[in-house]
Design a protein around this ligand. Structure first.
Ligand SMILES: [Zn+2]
Length: 410
């Protein structure tokens, strides 16, 4: 396999990872990234055209039910087929498990590509949790709650417009639906990308249907029984956009360049390289330290006690849970602050670089990155990761998913 642009040769006959083929042109990863940039846009669905909301919701519900069930089934299968800790000195590597054929039989309502997409995401999530689940037994098996977002392969959706409004055609539950998406000034950055998907300049990837709490249905605190929670159906589309025209259509401002640092969690700079926003987050460091200390002292107490007892296990679980909950809400909060700042100051996108982890090495940087990416999508901002992912690191579920949806273009 030879790159049509720079004539570099790949090791295999097939397209190496990261390489792309468009029409007859073969791109190596470097040449491709020089020309295309990965963007994901999320736009709310206004209505299914010429159809009742009820029918569409039913089809969607069926998809979500199956996607959730399939993901949970795959997770438990991977666990059931894995080793159990005995006398090994170190954790054996995971055997290759291929769940696709059985999953297809069990979940006939999902398209083959959706099954592949879900399996890739679940395999990655399992791999990431495996050490803690099987070896240290410090975490339980991850599960997926309804509704797990439904992935739709690029051959099962099209970007079109009707009377200048965005209308996405999606294959769902064995038929095609036309979904009118929200337009208007608030979605101008998304629309620029969307138009490139319509014209074919952009290389479309996966589409995902998911739901979020509707803004007008947002309730302070816990909803009481008679207040029904309202949801908005969101349509997320991933595509490679050509870089050159990306420059032309970009909103009048530059991206906000955000970096992790060694002396604080995040710093952001504008186009003139002036530091305009920062997040120090000493409390995160303290939480990590406290958590480590409490785990250690529980372990010491237990050692002094000479025998394992259920009370210690409970305390350890409680400590772990508290820590995870804290981190989870901190991540949401930081991402919300950062994206709100970028949107308020009219930055067109966030360029994100989380290479530096010196500030708090144990902090879940990947989770923060994912969250910021999601918030950018919701706010109509682009998100670009400045650093290319190293190939052989454990990946989070969603980055594996995005890799998969790109591989659809090989
Ligand atoms: Zn090349």
């Amino acid at each position: 396999m030879t790159c049509s642009i720079c004539q570099r040769t790949g090791k295999t006959e097939r397209l190496p990872r990261g390489w792309k083929r468009r029409e007859e042109v073969v791109f190596c990863e470097a040449c491709w990234r020089e020309r295309y940039i990965l963007r994901s846009i999320a736009i709310p669905v206004v209505e299914p055209m010429g159809e009742d909301w009820h029918n569409f919701r039913e089809a969607l519900k069926l998809g979500w039910v199956q996607a959730t069930a399939a993901a949970n089934w795959m997770m438990t299968e991977l666990y059931a087929r894995d080793f159990r800790r005995g006398r090994e000195d170190k954790m054996p590597p995971m055997k290759r498990v291929y769940l696709y054929p059985e999953a297809r039989e069990r979940f006939p309502g999902l398209t083959p590509q959706s099954v592949v997409s879900i399996e890739n995401a679940v395999q990655a999530a399992y791999r990431a949790a495996r050490y803690e689940v099987l070896w240290t037994c410090s975490a339980s098996l991850p599960t997926f709650r309804y509704p797990r977002p439904l992935p739709v392969h690029n051959q099962s959706w099209e970007a079109t417009t009707a009377e200048e409004r965005p209308v996405v055609r999606v294959r769902l539950g064995g038929r095609w639906w036309e979904l009118r998406l929200k337009g208007g000034p608030r979605f101008r950055p998304q629309m620029a990308a969307y138009r490139q998907m319509v014209s074919g300049e952009a290389v479309r990837g996966e589409l995902t249907l998911y739901r979020v709490r509707a803004h007008d249905g947002k309730l302070a605190g816990r909803p009481n029984k008679d207040q029904q929670v309202k949801y908005t159906v969101m349509c997320k589309m991933v595509a490679w956009l050509p870089r050159a025209s990306q420059m032309e259509i970009r909103a009048p401002s530059d991206p906000l360049r955000v970096k992790t640092a060694d002396d604080m969690l995040l710093v952001a700079a504008n186009g003139r390289n002036e530091q305009v926003w920062r997040y120090r987050a000493d409390h995160l460091r303290r939480w990590v330290a406290e958590h480590r200390k409490s785990i250690q002292s529980l372990a010491d107490d237990q050692k002094a006690e000479q025998r394992p007892s259920a009370a210690f296990a409970d305390r350890r679980t409680a400590a772990g849970l508290k820590y995870r909950n804290r981190m989870h809400s901190a991540i949401r909060e930081i991402a919300a602050q950062l994206v709100a700042y970028a949107a308020r100051r009219n930055f067109s996108a966030i360029d994100y670089d989380d290479t530096a982890t010196g500030f708090c090495p144990d902090f879940p940087y990947a989770a923060l990155r994912e969250r910021i990416c999601i918030k950018c999508g919701e706010a109509g901002l682009g998100f670009e990761q400045a650093r290319a992912l190293p190939v052989e690191t454990p990946v989070s579920a969603s980055s594996a998913a995005s890799r998969l949806l790109l591989s659809g273009h090989r």
